[in-house]
Design a binder for this molecule. Structure first.
Ligand code: GRG
Length: 301
């Protein structure tokens, strides 16, 4: 049983929600072994990919595929590719020119463990590998190009979100809450949205199923980042495995900064309820996605 202060009270079994994570790690591992890479680059990629992430995005791919009646295995290439893009973004986000962080997933960031050049190149390589994986492992050319398109659009949205966040061109009149929503929808929610859409597409979804899962993803994607903002204020560095209190230290625009902690929790609650409502048309096969939103609302790291 888990709860948060926003009034959600849900039961979920974390072990079973995340059970496919191991198979996806094996899939990435085996794919990486087939690639002719310099050994130091391979080691750097491995350090980033197998560094203890929660695997939320690949699990969303698999669970969305199952929610429309597809087999989990059909989602593994897209699930692996989205995790590679995610790891790429974390490695680059941690660089001195970006967030300048020393700690990630409870360990030194990649540029601290190796050096900046290697971290830049390992990030670049993970981006390219993600698309190589999709185009070489999804046999149906139409499906493969559809998945590559979904992921490339999301990766570009993520980059735009990082630009909105760190290199703003905004005017003083812009509503800060709207600006924050735009940053988060691009920087964080776009990849979560792509994860759900790719899973649905791999599972052979109908248009209405894709619409429902897109709506679900947009709510949980934003909710994930509001929770992330809250954790930055309320959790410890040890708990998060990354430096806590960073947003305030860098004077970042955040939900707790704009709305306060209580109202941010209410926003989590609202987004959670909208996400659950969006799942309704999918029926009982969407229960794991329901459970995942429970976890995402109350996670503590
Ligand atoms: C690589 C496409 C690309 C873009 C580079 C650096 C950058 C541009 C974008 C930053 C994107 C970013 C780091 C967004 C933050 C999203 C976020 C809260 C990530 C943490 O996700 P978790 O908690 O991490 O799922 P784990 O470690 O569990 O995998």
């Amino acid at each position: 049983m888990a709860t948060n202060d926003g009034g959600l009270l849900q039961a979920f079994d974390l072990g079973s929600i995340f059970a496919p994570a191991r198979a996806i790690e094996d899939y990435m591992d085996q794919f990486l072994d087939t690639r002719p890479l310099p050994e130091n680059l391979r080691a750097a990629i491995r350090y980033s990919l197998f560094g203890g992430g929660k695997r939320l995005r690949p699990i969303l791919v698999v669970r969305a595929c199952e929610a429309v009646g597809g087999p989990a295995e059909d989602a593994y290439p897209a699930a692996s590719a989205v995790e590679m893009i995610h790891c790429f973004s974390l490695v680059h986000d941690d660089l001195p020119a970006m967030d300048d962080d020393d700690l990630r997933r409870g360990r030194p960031t990649l540029h601290k463990q190796t050096n900046e050049v290697m971290a830049i190149l390992a990030g670049d390589a993970m981006m390219a590998l993600a698309f190589e994986l999709i185009t070489s492992r999804i046999g149906d050319p139409q499906l493969s190009s559809h998945i590559a398109r979904e992921l490339s659009i999301a990766a570009n949205d993520m980059i735009s979100g990082q630009v909105y966040d760190t290199l703003p061109q905004s005017s003083a009149e812009e509503d800060p809450l709207e600006r924050l929503g735009m940053i988060h929808r691009h920087k964080t929610a776009a990849l979560i949205r792509a994860a759900c859409r790719m899973g649905a597409i791999c599972g052979g979804c109908s248009v209405s199923q894709l619409d429902a899962l897109t709506r679900y993803a947009e709510f949980v994607g934003l909710m994930f980042q509001v929770v992330d903002d809250l954790l930055d204020v309320t959790a410890t560095t040890e708990q998060l495995g990354k430096t806590a209190g960073k947003d305030a230290a860098q004077a970042k625009l955040t939900y707790p900064g704009l709305l306060g902690i209580e109202q941010s929790r209410e926003e989590v609650d609202r987004l959670y309820r909208e996400a659950i409502a969006a799942l309704q048309p999918l029926g009982p096969r969407a229960q794991p996605l329901h459970d995942l939103s429970d976890y995402m609302a109350v996670r503590d790291r």
